[in-house]
Design a protein around this ligand. Structure first.
Ligand SMILES: [Zn+2]
Length: 287
């Protein structure tokens, strides 16, 4: 192996390590307690969706979900009600497609979960792993549209890593455990099954202004700002926002985008929520 190759491999491992850093204890007030949220906003009706946590593609059976209707005071208005019905249908559809799935320590994916609709991403940083240049088809299409739109404003955005298999994460994690012991490894590496990248809905991006690296500074650059302001128009959210670390369990990652579909992304953006908060407010899991 040439020195150049070795250096590349070290850089790639380092980038992955940075991203999986800070697996803090996940807020225990998470989805598993979502059923108790009810009373406060007293919904007028609910819709029950017979879905399997949206993991249709992975043979993973999960709980049914209920999508809450907003109890808006303006609901007497007929148009508003129609809009609400439409919104619920759209959110229900997103759940059924698996777009609103949560993956973390408490909600891991099974080892055989692999999306069956992975599609190749065409805008990528070339010196990163080829195996990760995929997203679920709908997310990939939305990503391409977003990158094209950004380019119209002179903003260059490229993928560094997207889909990451259970196996890939396992190799990484096992290597860390062998080198540092499990206790240390758990402080900086996601275990296999616990990385959102396995869903095929997450993508790390970067740009020339930061040398295509994954860095907190990205949020202050033109490209990072463009994403924060516009990603939701394409169904993406900044998944680990600043100041929400205790809710997401992750440090601020301006480069990590998550596809959730247009309806959820717009509401999450406009209301300044995390995906966890959005689901707590809108979706109930039935256990
Ligand atoms: Zn990421």
């Amino acid at each position: 192996m040439t020195n150049e190759k070795k250096i590349k491999i070290i850089i790639i491992i380092f980038l992955i390590l940075i991203e999986s850093f800070v697996w803090k204890v996940y807020n225990s007030n998470d989805l598993s307690s979502i059923g108790i949220i009810g009373g406060a906003d007293g919904p007028t009706s609910i819709i029950v969706g017979e879905v399997n946590n949206g993991l249709k593609n992975g043979n993973h059976s999960g709980p049914d979900v209920i999508i809450r209707e907003h109890n808006d005071s303006s609901k007497n208005n007929e148009n508003q009600t129609e809009g609400d019905d439409n919104r619920i249908e759209l959110l229900k559809e997103a759940v059924e497609k698996g777009l609103l799935i949560i993956v973390n320590k408490e909600n891991p994916l099974s080892m055989d979960y692999k999306p069956d609709d992975l599609k190749e991403i065409k805008y990528f940083v070339p010196d990163r792993s080829e195996a990760s240049r995929y997203m679920r088809a709908e997310a990939a299409d939305a990503f391409h549209q977003m990158v094209d739109k950004a380019a119209e404003s002179g903003v260059e955005i490229k993928m560094t890593t997207a889909y990451r298999s259970y196996h890939f994460q396992k190799v990484l994690y096992d290597n860390y455990v062998a080198s540092y012991g499990q206790a240390a490894a758990d402080t900086f590496s996601a275990k296999p099954g616990q990385s959102e990248h396995q869903t095929g809905l997450a993508v790390d991006v970067s740009s020339p202004s930061v040398g295509y690296q994954l860095t907190i500074d990205y949020g202050e650059k033109n490209e990072g700002k463009w994403l924060a302001e516009n990603a939701h128009k394409f169904g993406f959210i900044i998944r680990f926002p600043k100041g929400k670390e205790d809710i997401t369990g992750f440090q601020y990652e301006p480069w990590h985008l998550r596809y959730v579909g247009l309806t959820a992304a717009k509401e999450i953006h406009e209301q300044g929520l995390t995906l966890e908060e959005f689901l707590q407010q809108n979706v109930i899991k039935k256990w």
